[in-house]
Design a protein around this ligand. Structure first.
Ligand code: SIN
Length: 303
């Protein structure tokens, strides 16, 4: 039986459905190449803003045994103009999606317009950073704001726009609905879950910012439920993200309704070879279960 791992996501052709999630490896052409060589079908950059941001004081990350990774980086990035300098003229063998953040619809749209110089295949709007209030949670918790951001970016650029949503809301379907009404091309679910940890010896919070966002295995069931619900309610493609550490996790996301999968903190435990490992397992699973292409698996876990 011939097997096809290629997918088309909102018009973006990818050799396989595994993407590097935003944030985990920063914004750097050589890292993008490394991840592409390891087998990723597409790459999402760390979120880029209009101006440089230093981020939060250390410690900014903390590994929580068995469960995942706690982070509060504070959206550090050199600002869009520096990114343009670093990326101009660079060529990549996989589609590169630029993640952007802002504090207003205009700011998102201005960053997106500047990045057009790099011929991006798509933008991922970070509407969901849980611990940078003015540019993350405050935007992504307000359906009206989400509508305005997606609407303005969509009308400013002629490339697909994805919205990365936060689980830290009362009703994520209401937020997704606002993005869909504004014409979003796909939904990425989920960003990290608001969390914290305390050092029992120091009796102090472990993160410099006190709290942050949890990613990794502990949040996978939360992400699966959200992807499942999004699939039941919307027609736009869904990209699943949250705790993928092996091929079984990836398959679970497809069955829940994801068209593609992003891998982030799994890299911490398995290195960038995780892409090849998940792809091998995925191939085996598809062959053994009679799936000829990825699309056939999407939503197959729904009754
Ligand atoms: C960070 O830079 O603090 C994380 C960004 C995010 O979770 O969106």
């Amino acid at each position: 039986m011939s097997l096809n791992l290629e997918i088309e996501l909102a018009g973006i052709r990818m050799d396989n459905p595994l993407m590097l999630a935003s944030g985990i490896l920063g914004i750097c052409p050589s890292l993008i190449r490394r991840v592409a060589a390891a087998g990723a079908g597409a790459v999402v950059t760390k979120s880029i803003g209009l101006n440089a941001r230093e981020g939060f004081p250390n410690p900014t990350v903390h590994i929580i045994k068995y469960y995942g990774l706690l982070n509060a980086m504070g959206l550090p990035n050199p600002g869009v103009d520096e990114v343009l300098k670093e990326f101009e003229g660079q060529k990549f063998s996989v589609p590169v999606i630029y993640s952007i953040y802002g504090s207003s619809p205009e700011e998102y749209s201005n960053v997106a317009k500047k990045l057009l110089k790099l011929n991006p295949v798509a933008f991922e709007l970070n509407l969901s950073c849980p611990h940078v209030r003015e540019v993350g949670s405050m935007v992504g918790q307000d359906p009206e704001m989400v509508y305005k951001v997606v609407n303005l970016v969509k009308s400013s650029v002629n490339v697909p726009v994805f919205a990365k949503l936060s689980p830290n809301v009362t009703d994520i379907l209401e937020i997704a609905s606002a993005a869909v009404k504004a014409g979003v091309d796909g939904i990425v679910a989920i960003n990290t879950v608001k969390a914290m940890a305390i050092d029992v010896d120091l009796r102090k919070p472990l993160l410099g910012n006190i709290y942050g966002g949890l990613s990794g295995p502990a949040i996978k069931p939360i992400a699966i439920k959200i992807v499942y619900d999004l699939f039941e309610n919307f027609k736009v493609p869904i990209v699943g993200v949250g705790g993928v550490c092996d091929w079984r996790d990836a398959v679970e996301f497809f069955l829940a309704g994801a068209w593609a999968i992003q891998i982030g903190s799994g890299i911490l435990w398995r290195g960038v070879n995780i892409f090849g490992e998940v792809l091998n397992g995925l191939r085996r699973y598809m062959l053994e279960n009679g799936f000829k292409c990825v699309e056939e698996m999407v939503g197959a876990g729904h009754r």
